[in-house]
Design a binder for this molecule. Sequence first.
Ligand code: GDP
Ligand code: IMO
Ligand code: MG
Length: 432
Amino acid sequence: MARNIVLLGAQWGDEGKGKIVDLLTESADAVARFQGGHNAGHTLVINGHKTVLHLVPSGAMREGVECLIGNGVVVDLGQLMKEIRGLEENRVQIRSRLSVSPGCPLIMPYHRALDLAREKASGKRAIGTTGRGIGPCYEDKVARRGIRLMDLANPQVFASRLREVMAYHNHVLVHYLHSDPVDYQSCLEESLRLGEQVLPMMSDVSSKLCDWRDSGKSVIFEGAQGMLLDVDHGSYPYVTSSNTTAAAAAIGTGIGPLDLDFVLGIVKAYTTRVGFGPFPTELFDEVGQRLAERGHEFGATTGRPRRCGWLDVATLRRARQVCGLSALGVTKLDVMDGLDVVKICTGYRSADGTTLELPPYGADEMASCEPVYEELPGWMESSAGCREYGALPTNAKSYLDRLAELVGLPIDIVSTGAERDDTIILRHPFAG
Ligand code: GDP
Ligand code: IMO
Ligand code: MG
């Protein structure tokens, strides 16, 4: 049965989305990215070989699977070409099956300069961005001065629009942020050079998806970041600059919301976060350190250490609510092996003593919440690489059962290792 499945992160990103997309692509015809940019880092491990994708959808490793970059994705042309060449060096041919929407806003060198200069100027109030120019590029899009991929098809118009927008941004860079300006001529030449390479892959993503829907094809809509980084529903202002929630899959590719059939929320068995902002269940003790070490919790994009903490059901309830989650996929269960006791945050106690089932909107309000924990016995046996549910340690299964019960959603997939096949599929999202 043809199905459009949205797969997204239900926490603060890095839940293991890439691994699960790659696995499920066995049964899909295409993978479409719908938001974010190369702030994402999606890791695939296939027969011991690791590939980290930032912009190219995680269907890349399966020959014959179409890969789409929808209008909601902000594209850095240099990064895109670097990634394509990297795949080609590993004998993965992607150009002939990659489509990039004409409407993709381009991340330009001045966006990166603005991102970095602003973070520096913000001091203690910095967001901890990836420094990839994501925020400034989305700002330009909404301000209606952004430059889109299709603009490169007409070099003269492109050149004059670039001159106009760079005059504005260089003014801000020099006079407001006391930083260096970006050179117009080199920016123009580099963009036109890269444009020649990327324009052959430009294609109407919306039309493709609508045609495929009619002809019975199955598509995975691959989210980047996670629900708590959503610019509207996340821990604002410590968020990214796009909507990471399920509805963005429709807007960011150009299909109708009723064409989305199933939403799979990917959840790490504990919680991590890169960058600043509230994190009520963050651990500063040896348990947190252990999770970071066993889980190799370093950013796939920036290499920064990820903050680690217990699983937080309050935030998952919000993810269920705002994304309309159909089911959960739980990853990195193996990282929790060997703990005497495991804790689940079942809700918060706010500063005035009330109990909250859901996180409050607003970073300060969230930061002032105390997590309420439920303790469960841990497990000493190894779940690493386990590929059958029945073979999981009994207490690990109890942990999963309790998680499913507290969130009110079935767990359809359990991942027990980075390798593609270290996965238990309890109910396949394409099974209908
Ligand atoms: P994404 O951004 O959501 O795609 O996730 P990342 O790739 O940034 O981070 C997830 C990390 O965990 C990667 O290094 C994966 O290879 C790894 N990983 C994914 N699933 C599992 C798992 O079940 N167990 C372990 N130990 N590692 C996993
Ligand atoms: P994937 O897709 C984890 C975080 C940054 C920062 C905030 C804003 O691999 O899960 P930005 O550069 O987007 O303006 O930074 O968002 N962030 C991520 N954290 N995983 C990601 O992507 C992220 N992309 C952005 O660390 O806190
Ligand atoms: Mg990542």
